[in-house]
Design a protein. Structure first.
Length: 253
C-alpha cells in the first residue's frame, strides 16, 4: 500500500502510469484503467488532497495546484519512479501542466482528458460553482445537481453523486478555485514529450475549442474525441478511452 494512491501492478521496466482525477471525482474513477493496465504496467491512481477519501481533511489553504502536483510527486517517489506517464482528467490535466512546470524531466508522456490550459473567464466560473455549492449547503445535494450536467450515462449517476458527497464543502471550494483559475498556455510550446489530448463527445465542460487550443499549442500533440462519453470519458466509455491510452503508450517506446 502507498499512502495517497490506489496501486496495481508492479515495476516492469516501463514508465508507470499515474492517473489524476478531476475535482468532482476520487481516485476510484480510474478503477477501470487500473484493472485494464495493471497486468502490464505499474499503475497508481492518485488521491489528491482534500478529495474526501483521506481523513482528516487538510487545511483548505493547502489545497492548491502546486500542492496537488506535490501529491503526485510524493506517490511517484514512493513508487521509486523517476519517470512516469501522466493520465489526467479535468483537474488532473491542469495538475499535469503544473507537474510540467515543476518537474518536466520526470514526465515521459501525457494523456490530457477533458481539460484546458486556461478556462474562459475561469475566475467567474469558479465563483459560480462556489455559489452553487453554498446554496446547496451540502455536497450530496450539489453532487445531485452537478452530475446531470456532465453528459454521463445514467448508469454512472449514483457513482458520481457518491464521489461528490464524500468531500467537505470547505475542501471542495478550495479545489474549485484551484481547478478553474490557472493559466498554463505559455507552457504549451515547451512540452516535448508525446501528448494526446482527448475529450468525450458530450463534454459540455471542456469544449472542443479548449481541446484544440492545447493540441495546437503542443508540438506534435494528437487530438481525439471519445464517442458515447461526457466529461469523464475514461469511466463513461472505458474501452474506447483505453484504446487511446494504448496508442499513447506505444509512442513512448
Amino acid at each position: 500500500m502507498i499512502a495517497g494512491a490506489r496501486v496495481t501492478g508492479s515495476p516492469k521496466g516501463k514508465p508507470p502510469l499515474l492517473f489524476i482525477h478531476g475535482v468532482g471525482s476520487t481516485a476510484a474513477i480510474w478503477d477501470y484503467q487500473l484493472a485494464a493496465f495493471g497486468d502490464d504496467y505499474l499503475c497508481a491512481a492518485i488521491e489528491l488532497r482534500g478529495n474526501g477519501t483521506q481523513k482528516p481533511d487538510p487545511d483548505p489553504t493547502l489545497i492548491t495546484r502546486e500542492g496537488f502536483a506535490h501529491d503526485v510527486l510524493a506517490v511517484a517517489d514512493a513508487l521509486g519512479a523517476q519517470r512516469f506517464t501522466i493520465v489526467g482528467c479535468s483537474l488532473g490535466g491542469v495538475v499535469a501542466f503544473e507537474l510540467w512546470r515543476q518537474a518536466r524531466r520526470r514526465i515521459a508522456a501525457m494523456l490530457l482528458l477533458g481539460t484546458f490550459a486556461r478556462y474562459p473567464d475561469g475566475e467567474r466560473f469558479a465563483e459560480n460553482v462556489s455559489a452553487q455549492v453554498r446554496e446547496a449547503a451540502n455536497m450530496r445535494l450539489f453532487g445531485e445537481r452537478r452530475a446531470v450536467q456532465l453528459g454521463l450515462p445514467p448508469s454512472r449517476l449514483h457513482e458520481t453523486i457518491e464521489q461528490f458527497a464524500c468531500k467537505s464543502v470547505e475542501c471542495f471550494l478550495a479545489s474549485t478555485q484551484a481547478t478553474w483559475t490557472g493559466d498554463y498556455r505559455n507552457l504549451l510550446s515547451s512540452i516535448n514529450v508525446p501528448v494526446l489530448v482527448s475529450r468525450g463527445e458530450r463534454d459540455g465542460v471542456a469544449t472542443q475549442p479548449l481541446a484544440e487550443e492545447i493540441a495546437s499549442g503542443i508540438p506534435g500533440a494528437g487530438l481525439t474525441t471519445i464517442a458515447d462519453a461526457g466529461h469523464v470519458a475514461n469511466a463513461d466509455n472505458p474501452e474506447a478511452f483505453n484504446e487511446q491510452l494504448l496508442k499513447l503508450i506505444a509512442q513512448t517506446g
